[in-house]
Structures are given as C-alpha cells and as structure tokens.
Ligand binder design. Sequence first.
Ligand code: PLP
Length: 359
Amino acid sequence: MIDDFIKLARNNIQKLEPYQSARRIGEGRSGDIWLNANESPTSVFFKLKKKSFNRYPECQPKELISYYANYANVSCDQVLVTRGADEGIELLIKAFCEPGKDAIIYCPPTYDMYGINARIHGVKIKEIPTIKDSWQLDLLNIKSNLNSVKLVYICNPNNPTGNIILKQDLISLLKMTLGHCLIIIDEAYIEFSPQESMTRYLNAYPNLVILRTLSKAFALAGIRCGFALAKKNIINILNKVIAPYPISIPVADIAIQSLETDYIEFMKNRVFDLNSNRVFLMNELNKLACVEKVFESHANYILVQFFMFEKIFYTLWDKGIVLRNQNDKINLKKCLRISIGTRLECFRLIQELQFFSKK
Ligand SMILES: *Cc1c(COP(=O)(O)O)cnc(C)c1O
C-alpha cells in the first residue's frame, strides 16, 4: 500500500538521490573526531538577547542586514538573508529557471547542492568539468554550452578540491555572460582566503551573485544563516520567492552578535589557527607513504589521494575519525576530503595514518 503513495511523488523526485549530508552519513555516532563536514571544530558561546517569541520575525531582519552589509562592504539593498547558503542556491533556481526549459551550469568536482536543487525543480543540468588537477574552469567549453543557461554556479574556494578559481577567469566569465545569465559565486569558504572575494565587482557586473554563510569560518553551522549578495534588482526578485519568515528571531539575534567587532576578531583568529593547522597537516601528510597526493588548499579542508583509500576510510571510521569519501566523484578516484580540526585532532589523525605507512 505504501508503495502506491511513492508513485504519487513527481517523477524527478522518485528518481532523486538526496544529498548525503555529513549528518545523515554519520547518524548516531558521538564522541568522535568529525572531519567530514568542514564545520568549525570549536564553538562560540552566545546568550539570547531577545526573550519573547510570540510575534513573527521580520522577513528580512534589518539590523542583521545592516551588520552583514557592513562586514561584507556592500550596501544594505545588496543583501538577502537566507537559511544558510543552501537556501540561496535554491532561491536562484526557483526565481530564474523555467522547469523543463532552462538549464544551469556547474563545474564538477564541486558542491553537490547545485545539481540536486536543479533536479528537484526539473531544471536541466550541464556539467562542465574543471581541468583535472589544476581544477580551473574550462572557459571555452562553458562558452559553447551557454545556450538556454540561466545560471552558472562557481564555488570559490572550490569544495572539495580547495583551489582558488583564477580571478581573470571569473572576470572573463562575467563579461562573456553579461546580459544572458547570472554568475553565482559560492563564497562559503571565502574567510579562509578573503583577498579572493568578488564583492568589489558587484557594482561593475549586474549579473554577479555571491553566496555567503555563517556556517564555516563563523562556526555557526547550527543556526542556519547565509546571505546572497547582488544588485538590488536581483535581491528584489529573490525576495519574491523566499518564505514569509525564513529567519527566526533567535537566529537573527545570534547572527547579529556574531558580526559585532569582537566576534569578527574571534572569527579571524580562528581562521588564522585553522589555516596554520592546515599547513601543519599538509606537511605531515606529505611525509606519509600511504599518501599519493595532497592537493593545495585555500580553505578549511584538504583533498588527499591515498593508496588503499578504502581501507583507510573504514579503519579510521571504526576508530572514530570520520572523513568524507570523494572516490565516486568525477576525477577524484581514491580521494578523501579532510576537514581541518583542532591541532590535537590533526595529531590524532596523523598518528592513525602512520599505521598505514609502516613498511
Ligand atoms: C557548506 C557549504 C554550503 C552550505 O552552507 P549553509 O550556509 O550551511 O547552507 C554552501 N556551499 C558550499 C560550497 C558549502 O561547502
């Protein structure tokens, strides 16, 4: 009987492979070393300032917008607050893509949610892989595939490869598509390489949209708060399709506090520590015989190719060290992605990996 209802679901949803979130994969585990979701390994403590919740929140909390605009150095009418950057990814598809007709482009290996949201909404997908190992954009291939494309998603620094996309390529892409489609730059990890942000180009390129989040460098994955930055007319369109009250009062309360001067300073210190842990971890990984290749990274994770990657992944899993398997993704055979943890967590990981490197 239950099967009958499954058949009621839309065809594309019946076929959909849902996102394998780190939480879904590791469900039920506790007390372990979590290096699979690029979260901050340490937490910040907040007290709620707002005490009453009988009223609906503002759809777009003005104070939060003003704090984020100030932090990102854009104007308030260029900011939309969302339930994480993930909601921004979906709102763009909802607002701009005609199901069954329009397409999006993204460049794998990259973040899975661009493709998943397109599938949910019945929007076509054109995957244009990046150049293997340099992970840079294949601009010629993108150019010849722009027909019927409304949105191009570029992740920078790219997840899971960790590289920076060349700024001149991003500019070429913006110029190439001006008047035809939007270029969405997902800057979820930009705090780890702040000089690479494209925010200063928002005024020059009306087809540029930037996605941001408090989930990574700000250590606030648990509150679900992100931002879309774009010219005012694009923000207005996204405001048409967003839920009536997406940002709850506690979320706005904590998000605002996290953007106060002291907390931004804490965030920068955390980024400094994680960046130096990354350098440490890379050096140590490069000494290990079980490691085939360590990719250069500019974010809070490293992509590593291992000999015996499967044995390593499951043995570490059994010992409570959870990494992210990337083996099934295009051009990432035998690769695991390792989030940067505390210095102690990096030590523990290296210690365990040394067992695989003994002759
Ligand atoms: C983590 C991540 C997101 C999602 O961020 P949320 O704000 O937690 O929804 C978006 N894009 C990329 C590339 C990510 O890695």
